[in-house]
Structures are given as C-alpha cells and as structure tokens.
Design a protein around this ligand. Structure first.
Ligand code: GLA
Length: 707
C-alpha cells in the first residue's frame, strides 16, 4: 500500500505483484492480453491506466432504459469522457437476494463502455445495503446517539460494527473483483461511498461490544482505562469491562475522554470496513483501489490514516453556496487532499457542474465557474476531474442536483461547458504527474478537532475551522501555496509552520515542533493551542506548557470576550482589531510584539516572538481580524524568508513542477481584468503569454513555463 513515500522497492513490488497477478488472472480467464495489460495498468505504481487527465463522473445507467446507454456513450465520446464510476449504489440489483447474483446487466455495461474506449472505475455498492439485508438483520441498523435505530428508504451503510454487514460487504466486493478484476476496461476500484456520511458514530448494541473490545486492546486493564479517562471525576470509576459503554446521550456532559476515544473508535471501525473490502478485491485484482474522501467537509474520518490505506487519494468537493469566496474553501480541500496523498497526484472524484440539491439555497454556478473550479483542483495536484453525476436522475432524492447532462439535455449551457471542459483537459495532458511544492505548512489534526469540538469549552466562539480558514486565506491572497501537515510530521522542508488551532498536542508532537524551531524553522502559533494531551487532560505546567521553550511564553488564564465584544492590540505602530478571545500570558523569555489596548487583558502582552535555537516562535493570543492578521503575517514572513506576492483581489496562482517544465495555474475569480504573472505558453488558450498579458474576468490560464 502507498504510504506517502515511494521507494524503488515499493515501486518494484507493485509492478511485480501487478504482473504476477496479471498472469494469474490471464490464466484464469484465458485472455492472452491480460497479463501484458496488467503490467501497465498503473503508472508510477499507483495511477490508473487512463491517458492524460481523466475526465468523467459517476454513471448510474441502471436508472435508464438500454437505448439511453447507447446515447450516453456517444455523448461521452463527444465530451471527451475517459473514465466513469459505476455500480456505486447497485447492490440490490447485483445481489437480488442473499447469495443470488445478477451480473448480466453489468457485464453488458462494462463491455459497452470498453467498446467505446471509456475506462471503468468500478464501485463496490456497500454504502447502500439492499432491503433484504435489513429485513434479515434488523439489528445491523445504525443507532443514533439518542438511541433511535435508523430506518430504510434513504441510503447509508449498516452499523460498521455489525459482523453480518462486514461479511455481506466483503462477499459482494470479492464477487465483483473475481468477475471483473481481469476486465481490460476496469482501471480502478471505488470502494463504498464517502465513509462517515451519512453514518458516522453508531451507538448500536454491536457498537457497544466492539467499543469494549477496542478499548481493551488499547488499554489492557480496566485500571488503565480509569486512569486515562480520569474517571475519579464525577465518580465514574469502572470495575469491569462489561460496565463500559458507548457515550450515548446522558443527562449532562459525558466524559470528554470517553467521547474522544469513541471518535477514534468510529474512525477505526469505518476504516476496518474499507480495509476488509479492499483486501477482498486485492485477492483477485491488481488495479489501484480508492475510496472517496470528503476533505474539509467531514471530520469523522482521520484522512491521514486513510491516506495510508488507499492506493490513490480521491476526494469529493462541493462548494458551499453561502460562502461568497467558495474558491478558497475549494483550495483548502484540494490542498488537504494532496497533503494526505503525500504530495502525489490525486483524483477529484466528484464535484458538481452547477447547483447541488442539499443546501438551504442551492445556487447555480455562473458561466465559466465549473471550469474555474475544475482547473483550480487540477492546479493543486488533481490528475482526474470527475463529477457527480453523468446524467441527472429523474426520480429520487437527488433529482434537483446538477449533472453533466442536465434535465434540459444537450441544448443547454451546462452541456456546452462540459464539452468545452473536456476539450480543455485534453490540451492539459502533459500536466499530469507534475507536483505542487509548498514552503508553508498549516497543521491539520483530526484528533485535536474531535477533542476541541466537545462541550463545555471556554468559549463557543472559538473554532478551529474558522482559524484554519483565516490563516489559509492570508496565504491564498498572497499567492503562497500551503501543505497541510500533522504536528508529528517531518516539517524540516517548510520555511514556516502555522498552528491555527492545536487544542490537543501530545508532548512528543510538541517536542517535534520545538525541534523544528530549534533547527531554523519559523513557527506561528494561534491561541487555544497545546492545552491538553491525548486523553483530553490538561498539560502539567498549564496551557501551552509543552511549547514553552519554543515560544518563550505560557498562558496563565484564558480571558474570553463577551458575545460581539471587540478589542484592540497595539502592534508595530498601528492598532489592530480583534474579538472573541484574549489571554493572560506569562512571559518566559519571549519579546512582546503586541499589547492589548483594552478588554480584560488591557496592558498585557498579546503577541510575542521568541528566538529558540536557530529559529523563531511567534504566538498570537487573540483573534485578529483579516487586516490585523495581514500585518502580523508580514512580520512572520520576513522571519521565514518568504515573499508574499502582490496579487489583485481574486487572482489565484499556484504552480505544479514537472520534470522539464513548470505549470502555473492562474485563475481570475474577480470581476475585472487582471494580468498573468508569468511568461510562457498558455495551454488553455493555446497562446504565448508574457508577464502582464491581460486575463479577463473569470478566465483561466495554465502556463507552461521554464521560469
Ligand atoms: C455526495 C455523494 C454522491 C451525491 C453527491 C451530491 O458526494 O457521494 O453520491 O449524493 O454527494 O452532491
């Protein structure tokens, strides 16, 4: 499995096992071309065997008569579609009753796609078990935190802890792989759909048993469980494992360490479901295996851990219509996808051609917006641009969701733009495989978020997601590309590491951050960081104590502000605006760079800077507004040796580095003409550009450059 670095031996292992398995499958199917094909079915060890930038989407022909299938493939060819994902919700059609399979329609479909040169990303349908499954195993239904078993009629998997679900899902995945693992059209496997949505935490009887086993394996003795959960508080001591349960709804706040472990357990159970299906497929098939993530929109799964289990990262992204700058949220998701892929190219598995149907107000994309979205993902490392879905569904819950073929048919703006995008991607084939490199990292730690998001925290206004966005926006506007990272990662390649919210920081990870600073790094830490350890227990020595050496400061007391209260900070000759939060800092060697002018912290240090070894640690103890943060960031960039670009509002710039050329994506999200900041050949417009060439409002250039 891909684990973030590709060594020669892992590459050879993949190639070797692919060819070995290829020979086996060829023998089993008696198809002479199989073995040779399997040798080349992945590129760089992981990439599906599709030419250029893959283009397409989820395809559900089971919702349509056969005549439509033929029209579909003809239109796919017209649009330049090269890969479709099929079978994702087809369990009830493939296994019509327990152990009774009907693959005929899927055989025909795959042959039809293959005959038309369209590659298949074959789904396992386990996100939607059939009615017969739940009728036979009613106890496999997931149960909500307040004890309600979930009904049938929507979609969503069964309890991830149900042994019957595990068995049934492995069986259907294995049968599909057995039948299609050797089919030349199948280039990738798409396990399940969006683990964690809609079933995240499950409080069923199966979950209770599995949670106990998971805890016992993790902690060994009940005494250790009592210690790490701090059960001396509120008299929660357990004397035997059978007394331990899931943190179901209770009269008051449930032990936060128990809830944090339940979040870890939930992630683990979902991942085990994925791994079981993946391994069942791998027994018969050599193609890369993935499952579609929801970076920056779901917090249930720890994508760092999942990234190690997939052959190639794939992500679904939908704009949040209420966000006037959705392109920034999109960029965060894309950069997180690339980061959990260890910097390797990844697949945009789903996005929308226009409006979705599940937000309060589903805003249609404006002309050109779909292409801007797609090319922003591509600029940030995606080598496949896929949509949900090919043809809009006439029935069911998603009939108002946009598609590549809308209800209006091909006489429509959306279809024309779909065809145009296919042609554009065709001109971008050479970009494939090039890599984005970032000098700045922002920490992103799901465990810390799980812990911070529990109840009874010092202020409801403190949000890790909000601070990530605030720091990310600063960098986006300055044309600075970001990687996301964990606090325990090797951070030495970054000039600057930003810690927007790291409520939970283990002592070992704090030592890693201190080591980074000591060896010349610049660290910028925001308030409410390094508060608790991995058991949600406050650090000995108090808040921020594990970063005391790196930052030269600790926190004596939190000073949250009342709702809507504002405060100000004197910094470098100007007054910066802040709100939500102040702290009473205890200096331990840091230089005071900013001071509170008012509020409960009036007169106290607000922003500090500390030399530690060869590096610098900055600490910002309040929530500055964007203008204030820009001022502080300028000083931090200077310490880190980073140059912020002077870009007009709304101009997105990001670079991919190839072996012989770089590819600079320039997107004008603004309403006025901007200019291209580099010289070279624009692959989108097919023309030479020089620094300063005008770029119309809404336009995109992807410039091949040697500079
Ligand atoms: C998710 C699912 C798809 C579809 C889209 C709609 O991403 O994976 O099946 O429901 O949302 O936006």
């Amino acid at each position: 499995m891909y684990n973030g670095t590709v060594t020669l031996s892992s590459y050879l292992t993949v190639i070797f096992s692919a060819s070995f398995l290829g020979a086996r499958i060829a023998a089993a199917y008696g198809r002479a071309d199989q073995a040779a094909r399997l040798d080349v079915m992945t590129v760089d060890g992981v990439w599906p065997a599709v030419q250029g930038i893959a283009y397409g989407g989820d395809y559900s022909p089971e919702q349509w008569p056969r005549e439509t299938w033929h029209e579909d493939v003809a239109l796919m060819r017209e649009a330049g579609v090269s890969m479709v994902s099929i079978g994702i919700f087809s369990w009830a059609l493939l296994e019509t009753s327990e152990g009774v399979f009907d693959f005929d329609w899927l055989d025909d479909l795959i042959e039809l796609l293959h005959d038309n040169g369209i590659a298949v990303d074959l789904g396992t349908p386990t996100a939607s078990p059939p009615a017969w499954f739940f009728a036979k195993h009613p106890d496999a239904r997931p149960v909500s935190r307040d004890g309600v078993p979930m009904g049938f009629g929507a979609r969503g998997m069964a309890s991830p802890s149900s042994p019957e679900y595990r068995e049934a899902s492995v069986r259907i995945a294995g049968r599909l792989a057995e039948r299609y693992g050797g089919h030349p059209a199948v280039v990738m496997w798409h396990v399940h759909n969006e683990y964690g949505q809609p079933v995240g935490e499950d409080y069923s009887a199966h979950a209770v048993l599995a949670f106990r086993q998971w805890l016992e394996a993790r902690y060994g003795t009940i005494a250790e469980l009592n210690r790490v959960w701090g059960t001396a508080f509120w008299g929660q001591r357990y004397s035997d494992w059978h007394e331990v349960s899931v943190p179901a709804a209770a009269l008051s706040v449930v032990n936060p360490a128990q809830r944090l472990d339940f979040a870890r357990f939930t992630d683990h159970q979902l991942r085990q479901c994925y791994i079981a299906e993946r391994d069942a497929i791998r027994a018969h098939a050599a193609q890369p295996i993935t499952t579609n993530f929801m970076a920056n929109s779901s917090w249930v799964t720890d994508l760092w851990a999942w990234g190690r289990e997939v052959d190639i990262v794939s992500d679904d992204h939908y704009l949040w219509a209420a966000d006037p700058e959705g392109e920034i949220g999109l960029a965060i998701a894309a950069d997180l996808s690339r980061s959990v892929a260890g910097g390797k190219p990844w697949i945009l598995m789903e996005h929308s051609t226009s409006a979705v149907n599940w937000q309060p107000r589903n805003v249609a994309k404006r002309p050109g917006e779909m292409a801007r979205n797609s090319l922003s993902h591509l600029g940030r490392g995606a080598d496949a641009i896929l949509f949900f879905q090919w043809r809009a569904s006439r029935s069911g819950a998603e009939k108002f969701h946009s598609a590549m073929i809308p209800h209006a048919g091909t006489q429509s703006r959306v279809w024309r733009e779909v065809v145009e995008l296919g042609a554009t991607l065709g001109r971008l084939a050479e970009v494939r495989g090039s890599r984005v490199q970032a000098d700045v990292a922002i920490l992103w730690d799901f465990e810390s978020f799980w812990a911070q998001d529990l109840e009874w925290r010092p202020s409801v206004d403190v949000s890790h997601a909000e601070r990530i966005r605030a720091f990310y926006e600063q960098c986006w506007r300055a044309g600075i590309t970001i990687d996301f990272a964990l606090p325990g990662h090797d951070l030495s390649r970054y000039s600057l590491v930003i810690v927007p919210a790291q409520y939970l920081l283990t002592t070992a990870d704090a030592a890693n951050l201190a080591h980074y600073v000591e060896h010349g790094g610049t660290l910028l830490v925001s308030f409410f960081s390094a508060i608790v350890d991995e058991f949600d227990t406050v650090h000995e020595g108090g808040y921020l104590a594990p970063l005391r050496d790196a930052l030269g400061v600790t926190v004596e007391e939190f000073l949250p502000l009342r709702e809507n209260a504002t405060a100000s900070v004197a910094f470098d000759g100007s007054t910066l605006a802040a709100d939500v939060w102040q702290e009473h800092l205890a200096l331990a060697g840091a230089e005071v760079m900013g001071t509170y002018l008012d509020g409960p912290g009036a007169g106290m240090p607000a922003i500090t800077r500390n030399r530690h070894g060869d590096g610098v640690g900055w600490y910002v103890s309040t929530r500055l507004d964007a203008a204030g943060l820009t001022r502080v960031m300028a000083a931090v960039y200077a310490d880190a040796g980073i140059t912020a670009a002077d870009l007009p509002a709304g101009l997105e710039v990001v670079r991919r580095r190839g072996e012989t050329h770089d590819y600079v994506t320039v997107i004008n999200h603004g309403d006025t003409v901007a200019s291209v900041p580099v010289s070279g050949f624009d692959l989108v417009g097919q023309s030479e550009v020089t620094r300063g060439t005008p770029l119309a409002a809404g336009a995109v250039a992807i410039v091949r450059t040697t500079t």
